[in-house]
Structures are given as structure tokens and as C-alpha cells.
Design a protein around this ligand. Structure first.
Ligand code: NIG
Ligand code: FE
Length: 416
């Protein structure tokens, strides 16, 4: 058991009791901060006391205690990354060069690249090898300040390879010092063998993959890539309904390149989040406003593919909460750093640092079903916490894009 006392914190951020579980509109412009603060953690990261240094009345028990002087540093709840494809076999920089030379992301996919390229590479790896490569990646993700991570399957596209991916995610769940959520994305693309038989692949998902997933308890959520050339709204509905029948909550890719009605349909089916939304119709906006679903923007994908950034300001004006996530994957977003996402959200989506931070902590925790335990610093919570390097202000983090400013992350494993 290891206890930690952090003193002289320049700003203790997103801290307090009774903070909301989702935050939108004007409220999202504020983030509670205690200046010149202290924070006491038990067993690695359980919050047992915090406050202003002026109110600190000493420590009774100095045994097993690490004292950290955080002068000039900020302390925040670790970022929650509610949308990633962190398990994959290899990177795809060849396609990046193809795009520089004029091909579009959609053209590359139609030629058998893209998701199918990742699926070919993954099918050649053993489960152990895939686990080793992916776990190393997850360690780097945690070092960058992410304290809860959603990971999707979807580079398998056969019963065997989808299960391999999900088993790898299950092993990461058991090993990692942070909360991991697993999402089944068998409906990520139609594999070549089912190119002209979409019905056959959907049948494979429903009658073979889902029962095996239920039996081994391999997933929390179900996702579908609802997009032209991928899965139609009607196909998405069938797959989500089948997923729901084994207890998987929908959390979907919609509106990346086109608006097809996927937002409304996913929300009707109880989606926890609808993600991407580079394209968004007024009808989508109205449906979101009436729902408890968390729209999730992925500015790293917009940046890397050169597609529109989500219209987050329109959501703020309507009082609709939203989350930001990395979408880390080898094709459309090879960046897992939530500090970079913070920068992009401010620079490209015109969010203030506070609006973006709320979307990466409180609202992102909600988009992973972790709103009761993550995304804030409150007494009794036991979620990862990050400490920055000495910086001039909180806004310096998104401002200084490209600089790695996370000095340390406190997790349950620090307790050992
Ligand atoms: O969220 N759009 C669908 N899926 C991923 C990209 C997958 C890939 O290119 O490997 C995304 O952007
Ligand atoms: Fe994605």
C-alpha cells in the first residue's frame, strides 16, 4: 500500500464534490480549479483529501508516504479516451504516402486497402504476438495521460480473427492499470470473401460471432461503421439489435463522410454514444438535443484525413454535451495523445481549453459508462490522475501543441 501526498500544486483541476456526470452549454465553459492546492492519495490513486495549502493541517502518518512537491505543476483527472482502435498488427504509412500523392481515403479502401489492409496483417499474427504489440502501445497511451481507454475490434472480419482481437483486449483489461472497455466492431467493413454477399457476412456476425462473444464475455459495447460503401442504416439496426439481445450497448461510427440517418436510428436503439459526426444535419442536432446519448467528436481523424471538423460550437449553442476522443488507429488517426486532441479541439473547432477539457474528462467518462468513477477528482474516487510538468497556465497544454507535458500518471498500480 502506497500513499502519496502532493503539495504546492499550482492548480488542482476538475475537482469538487457533486460535479455533474455530463456537462453542456454554458456550464461546459467552466472547470473548477483550486489554486495552490494539496491532494492526498491512498493506495496509488484513491482520493482521501484535497484542498488549499492554506487549509492543510499536516500529516498524521508518514509511513509508506511519498511526498511530491508539485510547484508550478497542474494536477488533473487523467483523460478518458472513449473511442480507439488500439489493437492492430501494424501501421499503414504507405497509405499516408498514397494520399499525399493524390488518392483519397475512400479510394484506397475501394482498392482493398484501408481496413482490409489491417485485417490481412492481423490475420497473420498469433494472439500472443498481437497482445505483445498492443500492450506496448497501451503502455505508451497511459504514459501520455490517458486513464481510461475504449478499444474496438474490427480488424479481424472473420469469426476467428475477431475473437482473437477481443481476447487480446480482454487480456489487456486484466493487465493494464487503467479501466479498459471492449467494443465489438465486426461490422467495420465487408471482408473480400463477402464482397458480393453482404447478407452472408451479417449472418456470420449475428449467428457466429455474437454467440461466441456472449459465451466468453468478450465485449461491453457493439459498434457498426454506418457509412456509404460500408453498412447501411438498416444493416446497422439489425446488427445492433442482435448485439443488444446479448447485452451489448450500441456505440457507433456514424456521419464520417455522409449523413444517412444513422444518428437518429442509433439513438432510437439506445446508443450510449454516436461518434465521428464530421457531417451533421439539423435533424441530427434536434435528435441529439432530446437524447441522453453522448455525441463524440474525433478531431484527430478530421486533421489526418483533411475532412471537416465536427461543429462542436453548434452543440454548445444548443446546450448539448459532447465528448472528444482520439480515434487512434493505423489508417485515419495514428495519434493517441489526448493532449494533441485538446490542441486540435481548440485550434480547429474553436473550443476554449475549458470546453475541450470537459469533453475529454467528464463527458468522455460518460461515453464509456464511467461517469460515476472517472473524469473528475472527488473524495473516494479511485481513478487515474495526472500531474503536468511546470507550466505557466492550464491553457499552455493545448497552446503548446506537440509538446509532451504530462510528467506523471498515478494509477492503482502505483500502490504496489
Ligand atoms: O474511425 N471509420 C472507420 N474506422 C476508423 C478507421 C479505420 C481504418 O482506417 O483503419 C475510424 O476512422
Ligand atoms: Fe473509429
Amino acid at each position: 500500500m502506497k500513499n502519496i501526498f502532493i503539495k504546492n500544486i499550482k492548480g488542482l483541476v476538475q475537482v469538487g464534490e457533486n460535479l455533474p456526470n455530463r456537462i453542456g452549454g454554458i456550464d461546459a465553459s467552466k472547470v473548477p480549479v483550486i489554486e495552490n492546492a494539496f491532494l492526498a492519495l491512498e493506495d496509488g490513486c484513491k482520493v482521501v483529501a484535497y484542498g488549499s495549502m492554506e487549509d492543510w493541517d499536516g500529516i498524521d502518518d508518514w509511513r509508506n508516504l511519498e511526498v511530491i512537491d508539485a510547484e508550478g505543476c497542474y494536477v488533473l483527472p487523467a483523460f478518458c479516451d472513449a473511442h480507439t482502435h488500439s489493437v492492430f498488427a501494424q501501421t499503414r504509412e504507405g497509405e499516408f504516402v498514397d494520399r499525399i500523392n493524390g488518392l483519397s481515403y475512400e479510394e484506397i479502401a475501394l482498392k482493398g486497402g484501408g481496413i482490409l489492409n489491417s485485417a490481412r496483417a492481423l490475420s497473420a499474427l498469433s494472439e500472443d504476438e498481437l497482445y505483445e504489440r498492443s500492450y506496448k502501445r497501451v503502455e505508451k497511451i497511459i504514459e501520455s495521460g490517458t486513464g481510461a481507454l475504449e478499444i474496438k475490434s474490427g480488424y479481424g472480419l472473420t469469426v476467428e480473427a475477431e475473437l482473437k482481437m477481443l481476447r487480446v483486449i480482454k487480456r489487456i483489461k486484466a493487465e493494464a492499470p487503467i479501466e479498459i472497455k471492449a467494443t465489438f466492431l465486426g461490422a467495420h467493413a465487408f471482408p473480400t470473401t463477402y464482397k458480393n454477399n453482404h447478407e452472408g457476412y451479417i449472418e456470420e456476425i449475428i449467428s457466429k460471432m455474437l454467440p461466441a462473444i456472449a459465451e466468453e464475455g468478450l465485449a461491453d459495447y457493439i459498434d457498426v461503421f454506418c457509412e456509404r460503401n460500408y453498412f447501411s442504416v438498416a444493416e446497422m439496426e439489425r446488427i445492433l439489435l442482435a448485439g443488444k439481445s446479448i447485452g451489448l450497448i450500441p456505440k457507433v461510427h456514424v456521419n464520417q463522410f455522409s449523413t444517412m440517418g444513422g444518428v437518429e436510428s442509433a439513438i432510437k436503439l439506445g446508443a450510449l454514444s454516436v461518434d465521428h459526426l464530421e457531417e451533421l444535419s439539423n435533424q441530427d442536432l434536434m435528435v441529439l438535443k432530446e437524447s441522453k446519448c453522448m455525441p463524440t467528436f474525433l478531431p484527430g481523424c478530421s486533421h489526418f484525413l483533411g475532412i471537416p471538423f465536427g461543429k462542436a460550437i453548434a452543440l454548445i449553442n444548443e446546450g448539448i454535451p459532447f465528448a472528444l476522443a482520439s480515434d487512434f488507429n493505423p489508417g485515419s488517426t495514428p495519434c493517441y495523445s489526448m493532449s494533441q486532441i485538446w490542441s486540435l479541439a481548440c485550434i480547429k473547432m474553436k473550443l476554449t481549453p475549458e470546453q475541450a477539457l470537459n469533453a475529454m474528462t467528464i463527458n468522455a467518462a460518460y461515453a464509456m459508462g464511467l461517469e460515476k468513477t472517472h473524469g473528475k477528482i472527488s473524495l473516494g474516487l479511485n481513478a487515474p490522475i495526472i500531474m503536468t510538468k511546470p507550466i505557466s497556465s492550464l491553457a499552455y497544454i493545448p497552446y503548446s501543441f506537440g509538446e509532451h507535458l504530462i510528467q506523471r500518471i498515478f494509477t492503482k498500480h502505483n500502490a504496489e
